[in-house]
Design a protein around this ligand. Structure first.
Ligand code: ACO
Length: 426
């Protein structure tokens, strides 16, 4: 439904009606598409704090109330009642799968979960101590060389196959970035396992031994994947959309998403949280850390706290905290960093600096503790995020193909030199 608001554009002393677009949930959006053609004015919103870059029907985040919905379903319900394969189907297709649709989807994931053997040779070009995300950017992008001429993105069938290939191949791609780093031969996918168990056996299994899945760890890992599967127009998803708007190869677009995810303000935060907790070390050192986080002259931030959209609890952080406690108890691990994290959260939530700025724990605050307990090396955490987020990236890529606004091309407020002439010009 379209409503109208009267916006007064003072610079030109002109009055103009701008349409207000209403979504199903969340704030309305003022449609400013005609601002430049009609008034020669641009909207200035660095960081996109007040900009809806597109229409989307995939994920909804209500940051003030701590709500996250995938296709309308609350994240807590999906984490409790679904597995990652169902959630991926939901994100891609809009509905939870019926039994036959689920079986067909699993069969497709199984058919496409192997890597071309030549892809494996790319790994050997990397240093063994390369960061897994550096390797992932490279090998995910390299897939575009294998599926380019054979694919027509104008065809729905080809698009769907590309999306399935990405989701299905990502576990082996990610696992290989770890096994290569430690010099262990890479195991192949085994279709007797579900998605998460299959990843765990490729990550931790030895080719010479049977891999026995621990159901508690497999379930916890599946929950991690579900929680990280999508998060509307975050930096990496917007990167994928921007790259895709030019009609680029989808494997290359997802590689761009991996690159964006890597940064410490985004997917790299879970690694940064663990490093921070290790640095803090003990509960006694927490006040010092809090003081540093509040000090404007110190660049130190409380990693795992704050979010561009959530100005309340990130609902994923509560689910992950429960899983972290469950796994630690199951494995009989007494991790002092969990005590530091719990106390840090308790102190920060009572501190006026964090209260006034609405800084709450985000999904990354406890995920590092959980992943470490499961045996993942710290520098691998963001690769797991990429593995999960591929489900969201491909869903947005699929959705974008039905949009007709063409290439994304932001403008700028130019603040450089006015026109001047080359000193040699006569
Ligand atoms: N520790 C201390 N102070 C903080 C923190 C923090 N973690 N986060 C924000 N602030 C302060 C800022 O200094 C600023 O204070 P000021 O108003 O006095 O200048 C105020 O809170 C607002 O901060 P912004 O930077 O404007 O918030 P923004 O929405 O841009 O940033 C971000 C969000 C990047 C996530 C930020 O909170 C942060 O750096 N957090 C730590 C990194 C992190 O955990 N990232 C993961 C995000 S979740 C994800 O990607 C899965």
């Amino acid at each position: 439904m379209t409503k109208y608001v009267n916006a007064v554009i003072t610079e030109e002393q002109k009055e103009s009606s701008l349409p207000i677009l209403e979504g199903t949930l969340g704030p309305h959006a003022v449609d400013i598409q005609n601002l430049y053609p009609r008034h020669n004015l641009l909207a200035f919103d660095p960081g996109f704090r007040s900009t809806a870059s597109c229409k989307s029907a995939i994920t909804f985040v209500d940051g003030d109330n701590g709500v996250l919905l995938y296709r309308g379903y609350p994240i807590e319900e999906l984490a409790e009642h679904s597995n990652f394969e169902e959630v991926t189907y939901l994100l891609m297709h809009g509905e939870l799968p019926k039994v036959d649709q689920y079986q067909e989807f699993i069969a497709l994931l199984h058919r496409h979960n192997l890597l071309h053997e030549q892809v494996m040779s790319f790994y050997r070009g990397f240093r063994r101590d390369a960061h897994p995300m550096a390797v992932m950017v490279g090998v995910v992008g390299a897939l575009s060389a294998f599926y380019h001429d054979v694919m027509d993105i104008q065809k729905q069938e080809d698009r769907m196959r590309a999306a399935i290939r990405l989701v299905a191949k990502m576990p082996m791609l990610a696992a290989a970035s770890y096994t290569y780093s430690i010099g262990r031969p890479q195991r192949y996918p085994n279709n007797k396992f579900d998605f998460s168990s299959n990843f765990l056996q490729m990550m931790f299994g030895r080719p010479s031994e049977e891999y026995v899945v621990d159901p508690v760890l497999a379930r916890a890992f599946d929950v991690i994947l579900i929680l990280h599967a999508d998060h509307e127009q975050n930096a990496s998803t917007s990167t994928v959309r921007l790259a895709a708007s030019s009609g680029a190869n989808p494997f290359a677009c997802i590689a761009a998403g991996v690159a964006s995810l890597w940064g410490p303000a985004h997917g790299g935060a879970n690694e940064a949280v663990l490093k921070m907790l290790q640095e803090i070390g003990t509960v006694e050192n927490i006040p010092k850390a809090i003081a540093r986080a509040k000090d404007k002259n110190d660049s130190f931030r409380l990693m795992g706290f704050g979010h561009r959209v959530y100005k309340n609890f990130d609902p994923r952080s509560r689910v992950i905290q429960v899983q972290a406690k469950k796994v630690l108890e199951h494995l009989g691990i007494k991790d002092p960093l969990l005590d530091v994290a719990l106390k840090l959260e308790e102190i920060a939530l009572k501190d006026s600096y964090f209260i006034e700025r609405k800084l709450y724990p985000n999904v990354d605050f406890y995920s590092g503790i959980l992943l470490r307990a499961m045996g993942f090396p710290m520098n691998f955490f963001t690769a797991i995020f990429a593995l999960a987020r591929t489900a969201g990236w491909v869903s947005h890529w699929l959705e974008l193909q039905h949009e007709s606004h063409g290439i994304d091309r932001p403008r700028q407020l130019y603040v450089g030199s006015p026109l001047r002439h080359h000193p040699k010009k006569k």
